[in-house]
Design a protein around this ligand. Structure first.
Ligand SMILES: Nc1ncnc2c1ncn2[C@@H]1O[C@H](COP(=O)(O)OP(=O)(O)OP(=O)(O)O)[C@@H](O)[C@H]1O
Ligand SMILES: [Mg+2]
Length: 249
């Protein structure tokens, strides 16, 4: 049985199932309200499922505590930018590292030898996450002073900080101009070489067609197609439901 989610009278997702192979970039597309964010919310455990199961390798994630998915290797970004605006880029990412280190940033003020060592590891790891999204130079900048596009990238760096096997990106290009989208495409394409599989929601078809190995299409909460970018572009049901109805920059 696939994933289903009901909000009161609204069936937001109905029996949707798909698999992701290791090292793949998979696109999740569909009209507004078709259930894309709901799908990510269920996969990441942000919302409980109404029915269905989420598996990561041979581990069942469904029904586990809210941070279980992150601990097991699945992390996500949000459709709206969610960062700590008053903290630096590095501090934002360090806060995202907490699952990796036994003693979090709070405990490290104890300044024990092991905490100091761990703090150093934390900084190095956070710097690496920033570098993966091209924000190495911005490490000490207060997050609210970053450009909107850089804030979107920072959210990806935070998600990368937990060393995920799979990362779920909900409209990462929101608010980006063409040159920023091109840079984002390069970043997304680079993630599989670091052992990270990607599920990406986007309305920009140029970006989706460029970065994805496979694409899953939702309409009214149901999966209507799945295939390679070429197959999806030429799929009549997808054209009728989505591609034919809007200006996909
Ligand atoms: N927390 C919620 N409570 C009630 N209804 C919800 C909730 N979240 C989503 N919905 C409804 O579920 C349906 C799917 O919404 P969802 O946000 O998953 O769509 P989407 O494909 O991500 O759309 P968009 O492209 O606009 O982001 C919509 O009808 C939406 O109104
Ligand atoms: Mg959405």
């Amino acid at each position: 049985m696939g994933l289903s989610k009901r909000f009161g009278g609204v069936q937001a997702l109905r029996d949707v199932s798909f698999a992701m192979d290791r090292g793949q970039v998979v696109g999740l597309i569909g009209p507004n309200g078709s259930g894309k964010s709901t799908c990510v919310n269920l996969l990441s455990g942000t919302l409980p499922v109404s029915a269905g199961e989420v598996w990561l390798d041979d581990e069942l994630l469904t029904g586990k505590p809210i941070d279980a998915a992150v601990v097991k290797g699945l992390s996500r970004t949000f459709q709206s930018t969610q960062i700590f605006p008053e903290d630096t880029a590095l501090e934002n990412v360090m806060l995202g590292c907490h699952t990796l280190f036994k003693q979090g940033p709070a405990k490290s003020v104890l300044r024990t030898a092991s905490a100091k060592r761990e703090n150093l590891e934390l900084v190095t790891h956070a710097e690496r996450s920033l570098a993966l999204v091209g924000l190495a130079e911005r490490r000490d900048q207060i997050a609210s002073t970053l450009s909107a596009a850089e804030q979107r990238l920072l959210m990806i760096a935070v998600a990368l900080a937990s060393k995920p096997k799979v990362i779920l990106l909900d409209e990462p290009a929101a608010g980006m101009v063409a040159s920023e989208r091109r840079a984002l495409a390069g970043i997304i394409r680079s993630l599989p070489s670091h052992g990270i599989s990607v599920l990406v929601i986007e309305h920009h078809m140029g970006l989706i067609m460029e970065v994805c190995d496979r694409i899953v299409v939702l309409n009214f909460g149901q999966k209507i197609a799945e295939g390679t970018p070429a197959e999806i572009r030429n799929n009549q049901a997808v054209i009728d439901a989505y591609l034919g109805h809007r200006d996909h920059a």
